[in-house]
Design a protein around this ligand. Structure first.
Ligand SMILES: [Zn+2]
Ligand SMILES: [Zn+2]
Length: 337
């Protein structure tokens, strides 16, 4: 069939056949149409990412709002900052790679680490593989506190055979450079100041985990602060002074305590240990109030507020302290600064 003869009627026939086939597949037992459409969308994200507007302002996508405690609805820690068409991913915990695919951002321009607990790093190797599969052909810049190089090198070493298989198998179609990195280990300071985006790393207190840091993002007169994991620290209030969005971890220690009472001695001890290196929900409200943050987004919440009743119980007492908007973070939630 020549190109000229390929007319509207042919298109209709082909589309009809395609729809028929799709309908047949969807009608097959055990196939959920919603699940299939989701899977096709994830697959498409490998070839075509989200369209970003270079003239846009500062915003974020909550990629992962969970904790190490497994959750079907929450990936582990990951927050995507978008400044114009420049994307910065803060942490990459378990499950966040799928969320990045859902968000259509498999190739962030920069990766930052807050600390090296597993729930902040686990999907890094997968990110590097999918980054190269989706066509990245240059190393990924990474900034983190000291230790970043050891963690990154270790994970890349574990993925080095996978990389070799893919390079050998796919030849030029798979560019190994997409799995390379350039790591900068930094002390708390301004770690990035380009294209109008300024990123400041600051030290938090997540002991016995050291180092641990948070980040402040400033772009076109707006600002976002991401706490990382920490107890309440004075510097958070300083860094978040007048910010548009404060993304803060939160633990409702009363609810954790109630849950701990029903656990065995070993889990009870671990729950109580956990309370000692995180910020309570009312302390988060105090920080947001004292900083004059315009919006507060809760993340890394323990226990997981898995429905609106739990959200109500989790945030009880916060609204009396912080009068502005408190957003209970959910995976893939988008917030503009
Ligand atoms: Zn941690
Ligand atoms: Zn964590």
């Amino acid at each position: 069939m020549s190109e000229n003869n390929f007319n509207r009627r042919d298109w209709l026939k082909i589309s009809g056949a395609g729809l028929g086939l799709l309908g047949g597949v969807l009608a097959a037992p055990g196939v959920s149409s919603a699940g299939m459409i989701q899977s096709l969308r994830l697959y498409r994200s490998l070839q075509q990412g989200r369209e970003l507007d270079p003239s846009a302002g500062l915003s974020l996508i909550m990629i992962g709002t969970g904790t190490p405690i497994p959750s079907l609805d929450r990936a582990c820690a990951a927050t995507l900052i978008i400044a114009g068409d420049y994307t910065v991913l803060v942490d990459i915990g378990r499950g966040s790679l799928i969320r990045l695919a859902q968000a259509g951002v498999l190739r962030p321009d920069l990766l930052l680490f807050t600390h090296f607990h597993s729930d902040h790093i686990s999907d890094f190797g997968e990110l590097m593989t999918m980054r190269a599969v989706s066509g990245a052909d240059a190393p990924l810049p990474i900034i983190g506190p000291p230790g970043a190089r050891k963690v990154v090198d270790g994970i890349l070493e574990a993925f080095s055979m996978d990389k070799r298989y893919r390079v050998e198998h796919h030849g030029e179609a798979f560019n190994g450079a997409g799995m390379e990195v350039s790591v900068t280990e930094s002390q708390p300071s301004v770690v990035h100041d380009q294209g109008g985006l300024k990123i400041t790393m600051f030290e938090v207190d997540h002991r016995p985990v050291e180092p641990a840091v948070g980040y402040k993002f400033e772009y076109k007169g707006k600002s976002i602060v991401v706490s990382g994991d920490t107890i309440k620290v004075p510097i958070m209030t300083e860094m978040a002074q007048g910010c548009d969005i404060l993304v803060h971890e939160a633990m409702n220690k009363q609810l954790v305590e109630m849950g701990a009472d029903k656990m065995g001695a070993r889990m009870k001890k671990m729950s109580r240990d956990m309370c000692e290196h995180h910020t309570s929900h009312t302390e988060v409200a105090e920080i947001a109030r004292d900083a004059g943050a315009k919006k507060l987004v809760l993340t890394h919440m323990v226990p997981d507020p898995m429905n609106w009743v739990m959200e109500y119980l989790f945030t009880r007492g916060m609204h009396q302290i912080y009068k502005k908007k408190i957003i209970v973070g959910k995976d893939l939630m988008e917030v503009k600064a």
